[in-house]
Design a protein around this ligand. Sequence first.
Ligand code: CP
Ligand code: NVA
Length: 331
Amino acid sequence: MAFNLQGRNFLTLLDFSPEELAYLLTLSRNLKDKKRAGIKGDLLAGKNIALIFEKPSTRTRCAFVVAARDEGGYPEYLGKNDLQLGKKETVADTARVLGRMFDGIEFRGFKHQTVEGLAKYAGVPVWNGLTDLYHPTQVLADLLTIQENFGYLRGINLAYVGDGRNNMANSLMIGAAKMGLDYSIVAPRELWPENDLVDRCRAIAAENGSRIIVSDDPVQGVQGADVLYTDVWVSMGEEDKFAERIALLQPYQVNQAMLKNTGKEQVIFLHCLPAYHNTDTENGQKMLEEHGIKEMEVTEQVFESKNSKVFDQAENRMHTIKAVMVATLGK
Ligand code: CP
Ligand code: NVA
């Protein structure tokens, strides 16, 4: 069934019903098929799209750019030094100016209040490309990837292991609750999510026949998981916390033993990326020298295993972001 989401913002999955999210996933699959068939579209023809990035990005930026162009839209990248946003000019003024020129605005940055402020004043759809609190477009891609692998969502057991209070842990909890997946956050107590959000998600999950569990046991906590998900131990903007997180999170590394502890042969591994899984990068080298460890949230072995679906997941960013833009802005 088609839903009219024209003019809607996309700030958090909390704002969408399970039926609306299911519709966005169906639209994503259709747009993916269309792209695979080599069909260029015009669903965003004549639409100018502002892409504001306070933080770096590979997937989200490229997904918005390619998705917009595939459907005839014109994306404009505005990096952290390109705007006066929040410094010389208020969020409200920036929103009112951009809203007069653009048809839709993506924002990636620090404070969730900034994307809410843009949405309040822009008068055009605003999409959250990641804030400190939520990363909703990522979760749409994750749900699509899970659906592609298992054929369904309801009843899937998803265990998120690692920093249990970051934007990914939060948004996955909401997405799982809305779509009826059982969701476990497996993390040390110091990194458990806010109680308010857990309570809210538990109430949503109960309506959709699923459960939210928060555990600090890296063995018991992953038992029965169909999907093992992790994210970086230190999110953008928290770089001073490396030593603290390494000390807390080493028992929560996703490795071969953890995969085995799920008891599920067909378990898949997901990670929103970028991932630390080897020392080939400049940061990886630094980590090895400073902290004396070779691997962090996921081992090279798991990352490169047949269970790992991380690049399907990355590709799905583009199809799902296209669906969000088309549904809220397109013809
Ligand atoms: N997963 C994700 O949001 O990746 P980027 O930071 O590269 O956009
Ligand atoms: N939690 C990570 C997600 C990156 C896509 C961060 O915010 O840096």
